[in-house]
Design a protein around this ligand. Structure first.
Ligand code: GDG
Length: 759
């Protein structure tokens, strides 16, 4: 229907054009035909005149007028000749035939005959006047004036005009018909072509064609359009996706829904060493602090969403004063969404379990950072004892025999099996926040079997990446007698299966309320520049880490030093602000490392600093969350150069903070995050030159490229947020529990059945 309308809209102007063309052409045609006839009549008249001239010359000189008249009268027998007159050289009429108008003098006839259109209108009709010499050799010869009837040519002209109109009409109709058919066909082609493009067939065709399939291709004239439309659609789609995220994004509500439906509101208990809120006594009373810990950053929003109980070491100097008689305190302080149950550790326990076995043994063992692990028998004993104490606390906090227990990190490798022993129906989800090394590296641990056995008490064992899962499975294969089913990602040890899966951790995407409280990037930049005394126009790079040797802070400093040497234009104009939150400073390895970083910083500042300008500002103190946000938003780039990192959440926080879609992320390929965030400038931190060039590239990256990269990074982090991390684990746990319940029911029924049949 639409195409018919379009054709009518197309045809009407075509017909109008043809009609106008016909109207303009017809008078022209008239003139042309008359000219042809006039020429024809002149030629004819000349011939008649010649014939008559011969006859006249025979009669002369003593011819009688009667004979002459008779001759002329015979001449006008031709129906087209109206009259003939014989005129003298002096324009006297010698004689004329009857039809020759008496009013027409020889003089007049001669004048008209010389005109281009020698036409004379008489009462009887129009005549053509021809004037011919009787003797062409003689200058003053008599002349013959011939009058030709013009009604015949006029009739012919009307006929010609009629034929012409019919011809033009038929031609117009034919052209219109052909145009309609062609338009119809091409319209259909266009419409189907456009529809195919809109359906995205244009997008998959290149794939089909490279795969040898797909002959369906847009008409050639549509192909440039196809490319353009495809780009526009992609951009629209990207923007829409960036704007709205996935169709059902993971958020606290969805996580709560999952707990209600799939886990039937079962109790959630988190176990970690680090507590999410630390009460500290200061000069002006007790205040609450949030620790610098990736684990806390990730798990805390999940607990806010799920409620339940979080069991952790009470490490703050005012922690004891703020708990109830069961060592519990409701947190967060303002909303009190869940309960924090604190465990108190003696100095020996803390030294042996935490600083000793966990941080001097397992931490370097799992990170390829070239620091030798230290294994002490006494630390191991404390590690076991503390794991047991936390396991007992889990059992004590459990309100049913099948709670969901979320065990966090390498501090509690033995706890899953300990809880399983007391609560066989518990769903134990252990998440290992740090990398898992290859079997050879792990094999140097004297208690490798015990650690693996403890971890395999879990229902689900999660790592950040598949690579870590693979390393773990190979380690079990090497050191334990266990059944490994690669297809189902399960390891069955002593008949108890454990699902080993990768669950990349993330952060909670900032809510609108949080974002409203952020300073605008320009405001953040102004405040940071003022506070740190940075000159206007400085290129600001930030690093935010716990002050840990795995974070590649030394390598980062070397890259800055090389940048100033290799690209001297940055001297005086490039500053790295390194936040290094104090951590594990009681350990020699950490103290030495931190001293070294201070020394290298001083060296670089001495060499390249001028006046108040210092290329490296090392802020080795704890910052509050708002200060970090301000720094992220003020920076031109964020530098993450971990030598080995389970995931790394700083890079995700930087991305989440940049709602202006500006800023460049430099990211170590040895951080788990590098697998998810390829739009960052991914580098090998051991390669100083590569990191240096990345710093230079980031500092000179055009805003449009920054925007493209940042928009894409933001889309990833927004979608793959921490609720998704927890949600996927809990959904897997839900399915697992369902299967377990069904198995138990089936076993019970078959037991009852066999008891009933036993006499
Ligand atoms: C482990 C794994 C994995 C830092 N300084 C301050 C501060 N931070 C916060 C950051 C960030 C967190 O600490 C550090 O998280 P990371 O992920 O970078 O590193 P780890 O603590 O080593 O975490 C790591 C993580 O577990 C989660 O699984 O990604 O691979 O090593 O949130 O913002 N926070 C405050 N002040 C500081 O000065 N408030």
């Amino acid at each position: 229907m639409k195409s018919i309308h379009l054709q009518i809209r197309f045809l009407v102007p075509l017909l109008v054009t043809l009609t106008v063309a016909a109207l303009l052409a017809l008078p022209l045609l008239d003139r042309m035909t008359l000219r042809w006839f006039s020429r024809d009549l002149s030629a004819r008249g000349s011939m008649v005149a010649k014939t008559l001239s011969l006859a006249i010359s025979d009669i002369e000189p003593n011819a009688k007028l009667d004979r002459l008249r008779g001759l002329l009268e015979r001449g006008v027998l031709d129906e087209r000749l109206v009259g003939i007159a014989l005129c003298s050289a002096t324009n006297e009429q010698i004689l004329s035939t009857k039809g020759f108008p008496t009013s027409l003098t020889c003089q007049e006839a001669r004048t008209i005959a010389r005109q281009q259109d020698p036409r004379l209108e008489l009462a009887s009709g129009a005549v053509h006047i021809g004037d011919f010499p009787v003797n062409t050799q003689q200058a003053d010869s008599d002349r013959l004036v011939l009058l030709h009837d013009l009604s015949l040519p006029d009739r012919r002209s009307i006929d010609t005009r009629r034929y012409m109109i019919i011809f033009i009409t038929l031609l117009g109709l034919a052209v219109a018909g052909i145009t309609m058919v062609v338009a119809q066909l091409s319209w259909r082609g266009w419409v189907s072509g456009m529809r195919a493009i809109m359906r995205g067939e244009g997008l998959v065709r290149p794939l089909l064609q490279t795969g040898g399939g797909g002959t369906d291709s847009a008409p050639p004239e549509l192909q440039p359009l196809e490319v353009e439309i495809r780009q526009h659609l992609r951009e629209l789609e990207d923007n829409l996706y960036r704007e709205h995220g996935p169709l059902t994004p993971w958020d606290p509500e969805r996580l709560r829904g999952l707990l209600r439906t799939q886990l039937r509101g079962d109790q959630v208990i988190v176990v970690s060493n680090r507590e999410p809120y630390i009460h500290l006594r200061g000069a002006d009373g007790i205040h609450v602090s949030r620790p610098a810990s990736g684990l806390v950053t990730a798990v805390e929003p999940v607990m806010r969403a799920c409620s339940g109980t979080w069991i952790a070491h009470g490490s703050g100097n005012a922690d004891q004063e703020t708990v109830d008689e069961h060592d519990r305190v409701a947190v967060p302080p303002d909303t009190k969404d869940y309960v924090l149950r604190r465990i108190w550790l003696t100095k020996e326990e803390e030294e042996g379990y935490y600083q000793g076995f966990a941080n001097e043994g397992l931490w370097p063992l799992c990170h390829v950072a070239h620091v030798r692990p230290v294994f002490r028998e006494s630390d191991w004993a404390q590690y076991r004892a503390v794991n047991q104490r936390f396991a007992d606390a889990v059992v004590a906090e459990a309100r049913s025999d099948d709670p969901v227990v979320l065990v966090q990190d390498y501090h509690f490798a033995l706890l899953p099996a300990m809880v399983r022993e007391k609560l066989p129906n518990a769903t134990i989800i252990t998440f290992w926040h740090i990398p898992w090394p290859n079997p050879e590296s792990f094999g140097i641990c004297p208690w490798r079997r015990e650690l693996l056995q403890g971890m395999l008490g879990s229902t689900i064992l999660g790592f950040h990446t598949r690579f870590h899962c693979k390393n773990f499975t190979e380690t079990v294969d090497r050191y334990l007698e266990a059944r490994i089913e690669h297809e189902h990602s399960t390891i069955s040890y002593q008949g108890e299966p454990t699902l080993v899966q990768s669950y990349p951790i993330s952060i909670a995407w900032p809510t609108d309320e949080e974002r409203v409280a952020w300073p605008a990037p320009t405001e953040a930049r102004r405040a940071v520049f003022e506070r740190l005394g940075l000159a206007e126009g400085t290129c600001l790079a930030v690093g935010v880490d716990r002050f840990d040797y795995t974070k590649g802070i030394l390598e980062r400093l070397h890259a800055v030093e090389r940048l100033l040497e290799k690209y001297p234009q940055w001297q005086g104009r490039f500053v790295l602000v390194q936040v290094a939150a104090p951590t594990r400073s009681a350990l020699d390895e950490y103290r030495e490392f931190q001293d070294r970083i201070h020394r290298v910083t001083d060296r670089i500042n001495l060499q390249y600093g001028q006046g108040s300008y210092k290329p490296v500002l090392l802020l080795a103190e704890h910052h509050d969350h708002a200060a970090l946000m301000e720094l992220y938003r003020a920076a031109d780039m964020c530098v993450v150069t971990s030598l080995h990192d389970g995931m790394n959440l700083v890079c995700k926080e930087f991305i989440a903070a940049r709602d202006d879609e500006q800023g460049v992320l430099i990211l170590s390929r040895f951080a788990g995050a590098a697998r998810e965030l390829p739009e960052a400038l991914v580098i090998n931190p051991y390669h100083v030159e590569e990191t240096t060039d990345a710093l230079h590239r980031a500092a000179t990256m055009p805003p449009q490229e920054q925007r493209e990269r940042m928009a894409s990074l933001r889309m990833t982090v927004r979608e793959f947020n921490v609720y998704r991390w927890a949600g996927r684990m809990l959904a897997d746990a839900g399915q697992w529990r369902l299967r377990e319940r069904i198995t138990r029911r089936v076993q019970r029924r078959s037991r009852e059945g066999s008891e009933a049949t036993t006499p």
